[in-house]
Design a protein around this ligand. Structure first.
Ligand SMILES: Cc1cc2nc3c(=O)[nH]c(=O)nc-3n(C[C@H](O)[C@H](O)[C@H](O)COP(=O)(O)O)c2cc1C
Length: 364
C-alpha cells in the first residue's frame, strides 16, 4: 500500500501549532569582524550533546544579524531571566543599536555577556549547515555558568511568561526512590490543596533516621523561603510526631533515643503525651517559636475566635497496614492565623490526605 500523501502544511498552521511548544528565550551575542557587538533574540536554542558539549540554535536566513554573528570567532548564548522581557524585545527588532542601554561584560571568549541573565553559555562555532529557510548552527561549549537564583523568561503562544512550578519532586537518590511513588500519588492533591490553602504544602517521609522532603507545591504565605525538595531534616523529637503516633513502641523508643540531648523523665512524658494527642485528633500542629514546642501539640481543640501563631500543620497518609508512609505539611502559614481559618485548613488537609489514603487502599 502506498503511504497516504501528506496534507499541505501552511506556514500559518505550522506557526499556530508550534506556538504551543513553550521555549525559553536567549539572546545570542558576538563581536563581529568589525569589532562591533551584535545580537539577536533566539528561541530555537537547544542542548545537543554532552560529550563533547554541544549546543545549537537556528537563525533565519533572512536575519541581518546572523551574517555578522558568523564573522565572529565565538558567540555567547544569554538565557534571559523572567524580568528581561524588555531586553528580548530590543534584540528581536531589526536594525538600530540593540545594545543601547544594555549592560554587558565580555565573556571569557570576548562575546557580550548580558547582566542579570539566568545563565550564559560561551561557544565556538562547531558547524553551520542549511536547514530549509534557516541555518542550523552548532556550537562547541567553552565555558558556561548560572547564578542559579533566577527564574527564566518563557515564550508561549506569542506571549511572554515565567516559569511557575505547580509542584516539584525530589531527585531520585537511592534511599528515596521507593518513596517517590508517594510523591507522584500526592501531587494532584497537593496542587488542589495549595489552591485553597494559599501556602506551601510539602510531602515528608521518614527515610532511615531522617525526614525527607519528597515533594512541594505552592509558595509559603508568609514569604519565607521555599522548602528545599530533597532536603533532609533530622528525625528527632518533637519532629515527625505523626509517624510515631501510629508507630510501634520500638520506633517510638528509637525516636526518643535520637533526641538532640539526653531527655529528662518529664520531657519524655511530654513527648509521649504529644503522640497520644496527635493520634487522638489525627493531626499535628506546631506553634510559633515563642511557644515551647513540646507544649504546642497540647492545644487539644481549635477555638474559632482565637488567633494562633501556627508554624506547621501536618496530617498523615495511611498505608494498607495502618502505618504512616508519609504526611502532608502546610508551612509558611501567615502569622496570627484566626481559629476559623485554621479549622478550614484542617478540613482541606483532611480531604487531601483522605483521598491519597484511599488511592493507596490505606487504613487510617
Ligand atoms: C521569543 C523570540 C524568539 C525568536 N527566535 C528566533 C530564532 O530562533 N531564530 C531566528 O532567526 N529568529 C528568532 N527570533 C526573531 C529574531 O530575534 C529577529 O527576527 C531578529 O533579531 C531580527 O533582526 P535581525 O535582522 O537583526 O536578525 C525570535 C524572536 C523572539 C521574540
Amino acid at each position: 500500500m502506498s503511504p497516504r500523501p501528506a496534507a499541505e502544511v501552511t506556514s500559518r498552521h505550522f506557526r499556530d501549532v508550534l506556538a504551543n511548544y513553550p521555549t525559553g528565550v536567549t539572546v545570542v551575542t558576538a563581536i563581529d569582524a568589525e569589532g562591533i557587538p551584535v545580537g539577536m533574540a533566539v528561541g530555537s536554542f537547544t542542548s545537543v550533546s554532552l560529550v563533547p558539549p554541544l549546543v545549537a540554535f537556528l537563525p533565519d536566513k533572512a536575519s541581518t544579524s546572523f551574517p555578522r554573528i558568523r564573522t565572529a570567532v565565538s558567540f555567547c548564548v544569554n538565557v534571559l531571566a523572567a524580568d528581561q522581557e524588555a531586553i528580548c524585545r530590543k534584540f528581536a527588532i531589526r536594525g538600530g543599536d540593540k545594545f543601547a542601554g544594555v549592560r554587558w561584560t565580555p565573556s571569557p571568549s570576548g562575546a557580550p555577556r548580558l547582566d542579570g541573565v539566568a545563565a550564559w553559555i560561551d561557544c565556538e562555532f562547531h558547524s553551520i549547515s542549511e536547514a530549509g529557510d534557516h541555518y542550523l548552527v552548532i556550537g562547541r561549549v567553552r565555558e558556561l555558568h548560572t547564578p542559579g537564583d533566577r527564574l527564566p523568561l518563557v515564550f508561549f503562544q506569542g506571549g511572554y511568561g515565567r516559569f511557575a512550578p505547580l509542584s516539584l519532586v525530589a531527585a531520585p537518590e537511592d534511599d528515596v526512590i521507593g518513596h517517590l511513588r508517594f510523591a507522584d500519588l500526592a501531587r494532584p492533591e497537593m496542587e488542589r490543596l495549595v489552591a485553597t490553602a494559599g501556602t506551601e504544602c510539602v510531602a515528608l517521609a521518614p527515610v532511615n533516621d531522617q525526614l525527607v522532603v519528597l515533594a512541594s507545591a505552592g509558595a509559603p504565605a508568609d514569604g519565607s523561603p521555599f522548602a528545599m525538595v530533597g532536603q533532609r531534616i533530622p528525625f528527632v523529637p518533637p519532629l515527625g510526631a505523626p509517624f510515631l503516633a501510629w508507630g510501634d513502641d520500638a520506633a517510638v523508643a528509637a525516636w526518643l533515643r535520637r533526641a538532640e540531648h539526653p531527655i529528662s523523665p518529664d520531657e519524655r512524658a511530654a513527648y509521649l503525651r504529644q503522640l497520644t494527642v496527635v493520634r487522638s485528633r489525627g493531626w499535628s500542629l506546631s506553634l510559633g517559636e515563642d511557644t515551647p514546642t513540646g507544649h504546642a501539640e497540647l492545644v487539644d481543640a481549635i477555638d474559632a475566635p482565637t488567633s494562633y501563631d501556627v508554624w506547621r500543620l501536618s496530617m498523615p497518609v495511611f498505608a494498607p497496614d495502618g502505618s504512616v508512609p508519609f504526611m502532608l505539611t502546610l508551612w509558611g502559614l501567615p502569622r496570627r492565623l484566626a481559629g476559623d481559618k485554621l479549622l478550614r485548613l484542617l478540613d482541606s488537609l483532611r480531604v487531601a490526605t483522605g483521598r491519597i489514603t484511599r488511592s493507596l487502599s490505606g487504613i487510617g
